[in-house]
Design a protein around this ligand. Structure first.
Ligand code: GLA
Ligand code: ZN
Length: 673
């Protein structure tokens, strides 16, 4: 439980009553109570109001808000305001501001705009976080701390450059070790001293966020940047810990590439994240993001910290969530392990760039809106659930390996194809399992994966030290490992592992890869089946990259149909110890991936909790005794579901269901058996 003072699903969101007056707060509270709101995130971006000078704080307005909410049964998730330093502070200490990749120091403006290395930023954030903790640690209405807001991007200033050099010294000790790791003899970029090293930015080695001259150098800079922002987070946690043991979190952004959230997870008591899918996001894409966030803390329930009740303002086309979709997506979060449903925002601003962002309370100011009514109905429903679902977990037998550093490395590389996107390849495999109702955990290389029956690692380009040995142990013990093209190529410094691809995985997979061909857009090859042990079509299309593979022990399940590598293997399977290691040497069409997922699951006896038609998503959460089956209809029409002879209790509608039942479009069941 996040905080046992509020042992129900937390329902609420970001609230900035300081943008309005006290009468509005009173009116809002009447409405928020009607919507069964029980938590408000207070104080995000309020630094300028809280601190008016070096040692001058103005907490009375915040006291009023927190007290008033608490008197009305609404708890506070207290944010530190540090995502935007006040204008006066920046004017006095210009080193607080960031420098962009072109080397241009920013002026005051925007948000997430502070240099993480700035000693003044660290000093002031420590001070304000400590002041807040000191003042509110004993407040009965405060349940947790929300540190800053959506840490993002990086800074390229001179003080960051100095800090980066120090970081490198700590990591490598000698300049020779740096030169070796970065392979700087290439293009004669050898460094004699640490002082010669510059940040890889648009003025030096980096052409874009995607490509760079020295992948290893850019990787180190990404690592440094993630750690710098994490250090800012930890600095605030440290200040808070002087006064309080409240749980701490910061709101993450799902598959956000610039920061390695595996680093952040280590300092977070609970993962929280902001879910803003675009209007064309598939249910499986949203599901992946939830699973990715849940995976950061190995399955522990997480917080849905923000979602819009209706629309965003910052997408090119800010479609309204259709009636029922807000409720459906809220339950989808819960179905994937969330213990909170929270919005940005409780009341719409009247000015500035988020005035058109959806909110529980709209500009009209009363409750007779579609959005408010939907929020209120969901609130009532969640309140009825009480504590039933809290702390229950998903139990998955399939894991998909994900790694931020691998993501950066593969996309920093120049070649073999600019259409290779790590996130997309991962998603294709995720979709294949999701479609069949098979729950998946997203697993990180530092975690223990020995309990999974199947571990899928698409584009595992970088093998960190010790990972190959652990994967071998995993397969030897009887599990199934599956990987693809562009795997095992480099070590943690992005240096090729010589002796044939896929490096340290060669004997596990029983193959070696000689070359890889990049197919331009629209060009495909086909994979021809030779496997009569499993259920496949005769042929499948494949594209993007085609590995030229030689087997050294693996069975050949598919071969290429065309080109000079016609009849060469493309899909192989190697018996290793008591388990199997699969290799897919190209990017196949979805039909292949779903047949592959089905075959792998069949071999391991993994079945979905319920067989359902397309468009229906299912997951299960359990406390070990009671299991809750979530059935979500993402389709635009009602769908008949066959529950068989089992008798379930739908804990939302509080009725018994069995046999063939219609589930309305966008409707949800939470079924207890
Ligand atoms: C982010 C931020 C919020 C708000 C929303 C708008 O998630 O954390 O402050 O800007 O986006 O969608
Ligand atoms: Zn900086």
């Amino acid at each position: 439980m996040i905080n046992d003072k509020l042992p129900v699903i937390w329902y609420g969101g970001d609230y900035n009553p300081e943008q309005f007056d006290l009468l509005t707060l009173q009116d809002d509270i009447v409405m928020l109570k009607k919507a069964h709101i029980n938590i408000a995130t207070i104080g995000v971006f309020s630094w300028a109001l809280l601190q008016v000078d070096e040692d001058k704080f103005t907490f009375s307005w915040l006291d009023t808000i927190i007290d008033t909410l608490y008197e009305n049964g609404i708890y506070t998730c207290l944010a530190t305001p540090t995502a935007v330093p006040p204008a006066w502070m920046v004017k006095r200490y210009p080193d607080l501001l960031r420098t962009d990749p072109m080397g241009i120091r920013k002026k005051f403006g925007g948000r997430a705009n502070a240099c993480p290395t700035s000693e003044n930023y660290r000093r002031f954030t420590y001070q304000i976080a400590g002041q807040l903790a000191k003042r509110y640690a004993q407040h009965p209405g405060v349940l947790m701390f929300h540190i800053s807001n959506e840490y993002a991007d990086a800074c390229y200033c001179d003080q960051c450059e100095i800090a980066f050099r120090q970081w490198l010294k700590d990591k490598y000790q000698t300049i020779e070790a740096v030169n070796h790791a970065w392979n700087t003899t290439f293009w004669g970029h050898t460094f004699q001293t640490f002082d010669e090293i510059v940040i890889p930015d648009a003025r030096s080695e980096q052409w874009s966020d995607r490509a760079t001259n020295f992948q290893s150098m850019s990787l180190d800079f990404k690592r440094f940047s993630s750690e710098s922002l994490f250090a800012c987070y930890q600095n605030e946690v440290k200040a808070i810990r002087e006064f309080s043991n409240f749980p701490v979190t910061t709101n993450l952004m799902g598959a956000y590439k610039p920061l390695d959230y595996a680093v952040f997870a280590k300092g977070m008591d609970v993962i929280s994240w902001d879910n803003y899918p675009s209007h064309h996001a598939t249910p499986s894409e949203i599901a992946f993001s939830h699973d990715l966030m849940r995976g950061l803390k190995a399955g522990k329930p997480f917080m849905l910290m923000e979602q819009t009740p209706s629309q965003q303002n910052w997408q090119p086309y800010n479609a309204l969530k259709r009636p029922g979709v807000m409720r459906l997506w809220s339950y989808q979060a819960i179905a994937h392990g969330a213990d909170t449903v929270m919005f940005f925002q409780l009341r719409r601003s009247v000015g500035a760039c988020e005035k058109f962002h959806g909110a529980v309370i709209d500009h009209v100011g009363h409750e007779n809106t579609r959005v408010f009514q939907e929020v209120a109905i969901l609130g009532e429903e969640l309140a009825r659930l009480g504590s039933q679902l809290l702390d229950t977990r998903l139990t998955c037998r399939v894991g998909i390996l994900f790694d931020w550093e691998n993501w950066w490395a593969v996309e920093f590389s120049s070649g073999p194809s600019q259409d290779l996107w790590y996130r997309q390849e991962i998603q294709k495999y995720y979709d294949a399992f999701h479609q069949q109702g098979i729950a998946v955990d997203i697993v990180f290389p530092y975690q223990d994966f020995s309990e999974y029956a199947i571990l899928v690692a698409p584009v595992l380009y970088m093998l960190k030290p010790g990972l190959a040995a652990r994967l071998k142990e995993f397969v030897r013990a009887g599990s199934t490992f599956m990987t693809t093209f562009m795997s095992g190529l480099v070590d943690e410094h992005d240096r090729i592992v010589p002796g044939g691809y896929p490096g340290e995985l060669r004997d596990l997979l029983g193959i070696w890869v000689e070359e890889f061909d990049a197919l331009p857009p629209g060009v495909t090859n086909r994979m021809v089946c030779h496997d009569d042990q499993r259920t496949w079509q005769e042929r499948y299309a494949c594209s993007l990259l085609c590995d030229v593979i030689h087997t050294t022990g693996a069975d050949v399940l598919f071969t290429y149909e065309r080109d000079f590598y016609k009849n060469y293997p493309v899909v192989t399977r190697n018996r290793y110890g008591d388990g199997n290691a699969w290799y897919v040497g190209s990017s196949p069409e979805p039909a292949f991936l779903s047949d592959l997922a089905a075959n792998l699951c069949r071999e391991k006896g993994i079945v979905s909790a319920l067989s359902v038609p397309e468009g229906i998503e299912i997951t299960q959460r359990t406390d070990g005794k009671i299991t809750y089956l979530f059935v979500l209809n993402h389709a635009d029409s009602a769908v008949q579901i066959d529950l068989g002879s089992a008798v379930y209790q739908d804990i939302l509608k509080m009725q018994t269901v069995t046999g063939k039942v219609m589930l309305a479009s966008k409707d949800v069941w939470v079924l207890r058996s």
